[in-house]
Design a protein around this ligand. Structure first.
Ligand code: GRF
Length: 189
């Protein structure tokens, strides 16, 4: 099996990145993590890339001329590594339609809610405040509209009566780690 080359984009902790690194060690996983890109040089998730000898690049938005320049720099890195698929994992920048078209391959994202519910931020708080009994995560294709592309896979967990935002976030994050690898297998196999 020829493995597809995956780039993971992060801005923070990178626990989803680590789960993909782990998944990619399995023989039957259809991809390898070849590149990690962060827009934040202080992202602790970069350590996961370093510890696993994965090439990583930090491209700071503030150091670029404008959004086009920022995105072009990212595109150049992905082209240099012949990346086939981009996985956003807690990447806190919105990619333009131009970038999405120019990359010319799948770009997918993991979102901590059962889309189409709760696009954007503070998903767990909004789910608890709405009195929902179920929460979860969604892996979806990235389009120009945020958290809006075709859904690849969803996983759900219960919301328990006295859950805090932190309780729910931890429960959802755990299934995110299974969902992301499963979604990649689903689209690449
Ligand atoms: C995850 O909850 C993901 O769904 C969201 O950002 C968070 C990233 O967490 N898009 P981590 O950096 O992978 O730990």
């Amino acid at each position: 099996m020829t493995k597809k080359k995956i780039a993971v984009f992060i801005s923070g902790k990178g626990s989803n990145l680590q789960s993909l690194i782990d998944a990619a060690t399995e023989n039957d996983f259809p991809g390898s993590i070849n590149l990690v890109i962060s827009d934040n040089s202080k992202a602790s998730g970069l350590n996961h890339a370093h510890n696993n000898s994965i090439k990583c690049e930090t491209i700071e938005y503030q150091k670029c001329i404008n959004k086009e320049d920022f995105e072009q720099k990212i595109l150049n890195k992905t082209m240099k590594e012949n990346i086939d698929i981009i996985c956003l994992a807690g990447f806190m920048r919105i990619l333009s339609e131009k970038f999405i078209i120019s990359f010319n391959g799948p770009i997918i994202n993991i979102h901590p809610s059962l889309l189409p519910k709760y696009k954007g931020l503070n998903t767990h708080q909004r789910a608890i405040e709405s009195g929902d009994r179920v929460a979860g995560c969604t892996v979806h294709y990235v389009t120009k509209n945020v958290d809006d592309g075709e859904i690849i896979l969803q996983k759900s967990v219960p919301i328990l009566p006295n859950d805090t935002v932190e309780d729910l976030a931890a429960r959802v994050l755990k299934i995110e780690h299974e969902a992301y690898a499963e979604a990649i297998k689903k689209i690449l196999n």
